[in-house]
Write a protein that binds this ligand. Structure first.
Ligand code: AMP
Ligand code: MG
Length: 495
């Protein structure tokens, strides 16, 4: 990587006006060490994994050297955090190196998270800690394998520096890849300052980069808003269908491109309960599992408000336009969720009672503390006509009879389908994962890495999670829910 031009940067964001960011390089670290490199992703980006793993590559991934063609910068944005307005935020510990075009022709940001202080750091040290860097690596890569739109993890390095959190912790940097880092909060920043020129530039930028189809509409800004609403409805439905809880759905953590972004105190549910919260800072449960659709809708209303100056000449007309788009969110979410839950139940056809059937199962799962992932995976194995192996699923319920009586209804419904058992089971296995990044395992990996610098377990977990829809009998421990003494009730966002 001496010829670092091999990145092939083309930095469109850096060509926007100066008030969109602060140009600055990452802050060097004393002792970088590569702990994880995503070879397949590197290749997809047209990068050479060997070069990235070399000493020169490590210098770049740790921020010690700025590669040729990069235009490093910290982006400015604002946001609503836990519902409260914060007029200025920004990359307080991240540096965008630039953009490259992947093998599919998609423009992607390459960003170092934990790259040092910036003018947006407020009181923070600009650094990230090994544990949360590993969590973001593991969970974001698992989400990608599960087919959920998400930012990706290209690499994780330790810095050789100690970072002060609740206790001294090893510093680390994550190299994050994203379709872009434009957030709802980026629009809010310019809107709140009445900088309509910048708002328009940003909207045009986002349309050109993410939603070129919007230019075909009479009102391309309305079309842009429609597109973002549609992507978010789809994204949140996918989260709900997998039991994923983001944990900090602030508007500065909501991507305009519709990717899951800013993994902090996130987690997947084990036993099903709609009010599950993991984040240690979410005391009121604002970002609980069951609230995620409503919160996304609320965040989109913030985006709509920010877009008002672009939507119509006078404000009242603009509000009507924004409302029209916003009001489609619940319907789009419900449709995406219903289609998804039908597939989870193995139903290829549509019947009026399908949602009720799903809700009945979920209610029984809640009452009986059934594991979300294992219940649906188990269902994927059951024959359509005979209940003889139903115990493999009903034993997940405190009262197995609660499942058995539901299964009677399910089979009645399956009898109306026209697909074979084998085809149904195959389809179900393709969407009901066998393995998810269970919180207790992620914690185990983090502890092993942070306390004993043992990354073997992390390697294995990442590898198992890369094929989430396959039964991997040799690694069955990764599919198991936590024992009582392994349950992790809280996750921290001190990335
Ligand atoms: P988050 O919700 O984790 O995305 O963080 C919210 C804001 O706080 C972002 O603007 C971050 O850049 C900033 N921030 C978080 N941690 C740090 C840190 N250690 N140093 C500086 N800024 C930080
Ligand atoms: Mg953030």
């Amino acid at each position: 990587m001496t010829n670092t031009a091999s990145f092939g940067f083309d930095n469109s964001y850096a060509r926007l006006p100066d008030r969109f960011f602060v140009r600055m390089p990452p802050t060097p670290v004393i002792g970088p060490r590569l702990i994880k490199l995503n070879h397949r992703l590197a290749q997809h980006l047209g990068l050479d994994p060997e070069e990235l793993s070399s000493t020169e590559g490590l210098e770049i991934l740790s921020g010690n050297q700025v590669p040729d063609g990069a235009h490093p910068l910290a982006m400015v944005y604002a946001g609503h955090q836990f519902g409260g307005w914060v007029p200025q935020l920004g990359d307080g510990r991240a540096i965008l190196l630039g953009e490259l075009i992947d093998r599919d022709g998609v423009r992607l940001d390459i960003l170092l998270k934990g790259a040092g202080r910036t003018p947006f750091s407020r009181g923070g040290d600009g650094r990230a800690v090994l544990g949360p860097v590993l969590r973001e690596y593991i969970v974001s890569e698992a989400m990608a394998a599960l087919g959920v739109p998400t930012t990706r993890a290209l690499a994780a390095v330790t810095t050789g520096e100690i970072v002060m959190r609740e206790e001294p912790s090893p510093g680390a940097i994550l190299t994050r890849i994203a379709q872009s880092h434009v957030r709802v909060g980026t629009f809010e920043f310019f809107a709140s300052r009445g900088d309509v020129e910048a708002l328009r530039l940003l909207a045009d930028y986002v349309i050109a980069r993410h939603y070129p189809e919007a230019t075909e509409s009479e009102n391309s800004y309305k079309a842009l808003f429609d597109c973002v609403v549609a992507r978010q409805a789809d994204l949140i439905a996918r989260w709900q269908l997998l039991g994923f809880i983001h944990g900090v759905m602030n508007t500065d953590n909501m991507s305009i491109a519709g990717e899951t972004i800013d993994y902090g105190p996130c987690a997947f549910m084990d036993t099903y309960h709609p009010e599950t919260v993991y984040s240690s800072i979410d005391l009121a449960g604002r970002y609980a599992y069951c609230n995620q659709p409503e919160i996304a809708h609320w965040n989109l209303s913030c985006l709509g408000k920010a877009l008002l100056p672009l939507l119509a000449e006078d404000e009242e007309a603009a509000i009507d336009v924004a409302k029209d788009a916003l009001d489609t969110f619940p319907g789009q979410f419900d449709a995406a969720y219903l289609a998804g839950i039908r597939s989870k139940l193995g139903l290829a056809e549509k019947r009026a009672g399908d949602m009720a059937l799903a809700q009945d199962l979920l209610r029984r799962m809640e009452e009986n503390k059934a594991d979300f992932t294992l219940t649906f995976r188990g269902l994927s194995r059951l024959p359509g006509a005979h209940p003889e192996i139903d115990a493999s699923v009903s034993q997940l319920f405190e009262n197995p009879a609660a499942f058995d009586s539901w299964a009677l209804e399910w089979r009645r419904r399956l009898a109306e389908e026209h697909q074979t058992d084998a085809a149904r089971q195959r389809a179900m296995r393709g969407i009901n994962p066998a393995v998810i990044p269970r919180n207790h395992l992620v914690e185990e990996v983090i502890i092993a890495a942070a306390e004993t610098a043992d990354f073997a377990f992390c390697e294995e977990l990442v590898s198992v999670l890369s094929s989430p829809f396959e039964d991997q009998p040799k690694f069955s421990r990764y599919a198991m829910p936590p024992r009582k003494d392994q349950i992790v009730r809280e996750t921290f966002c001190g990335t």
